[in-house]
Design a protein around this ligand. Sequence first.
Ligand SMILES: *Cc1c(COP(=O)(O)O)cnc(C)c1O
Length: 377
Amino acid sequence: MAEPDGRTLGDEEVAAAERVIRSGMLNSVWGVEAKALEREMAATYGSRHAISCSSGTAALHLSVVAAAPDPGDEIITTPITDFGTVAPILSQNAVPVFADVDPVDGNLDPDAVAALIGPRTKAILAVHLFGASARIGELRALADTHGLTLIEDCAQAWLTETPGGALAGTVGQVGTFSLQQWKHITCGDGGLVITDDDELARRMRLFADKGWDRAAGRSHAAFGLNYRMTELQAAVARAQFAKLHGVVAARRRTAGLLTKALAGLPGVLLPNAEGHAWWLYPLVLPGGGAPALAERLRAAGVPARAGYLAEPLNHAPVLRHGPVYGTSRFPLTEEPAACPEAERMVAETLLIVDWNENYTDDHVSTVAAALWEALGA
Ligand SMILES: *Cc1c(COP(=O)(O)O)cnc(C)c1O
């Protein structure tokens, strides 16, 4: 199966890049593109604020800054995610605490999160893994009960809908998004955060711009880095953003066809299609054997991989033995605890098939036929 490249870059993006270069203004502090992208993002998500930045990891760093942990405070998150979810926690000298996941879809198990909430917990950082909604309503209730900030990492979940019907990213206090090369839409690298909270928005804007309140002159009342998106990124991102609904709709159509074609396939849990944005098409084999199946599917030309990660992040060497800063493991004091469900998923049960908006009915048939061939009775 020849995999389509799944990108929607074309004349609109070329025109956007040219528009910016001809304008002579490539920096978003003085330009118009990033501000327009922020308005378009806020309008689509119905949020009071949207802030552009240089990557999804930067967006997550801003969200951790918004939660304002003191050094040594804890942020509960998932071990099955991109390292960009965890790096910003360490970067603010807070401690990532990994809660185990629901073995059905790899998203955070709210009961596991609840069991880890303690006096130093400052926030819950949930990921909508592969585009499937996390149990975000339950996590919001937990966060509210304990006075925690809820952050939603939507890097893989553009236009994902939660079971309550909200867009993923609007249930927590802050939602974060990525425009990295292989996300639903892209400007190479880029990020966005949304929030309805004026104070959190203020903190995040300041941190993304060196702590520089430009209305206050060249005075620095806050600490920050330079996480600004450039006008070139923003203009390309705007052209891509206009295509977002089409991209997600196309992925939903073909993923729906595959789910239908796999109905009754033994030994496999099919993903819950509700609200799914299909960054990837995930399957779970409760009996194990995902690595061998992935190999067999690849031999049949299907772009399948087992486990998604080499190891869940509670086993990441940097978090187990450091160092984090210099020769120090600060702010870590112990090795992350075990997360047996996540460990089993990554090693044995999780299979992912690459997915994108240019898949055709023929691609779906090829994937379905290979899976039936491998697993069918
Ligand atoms: C891609 C990704 C990130 C990091 O985004 P970058 O734009 O690559 O920095 C964070 N979290 C998740 C879940 C991701 O998929």
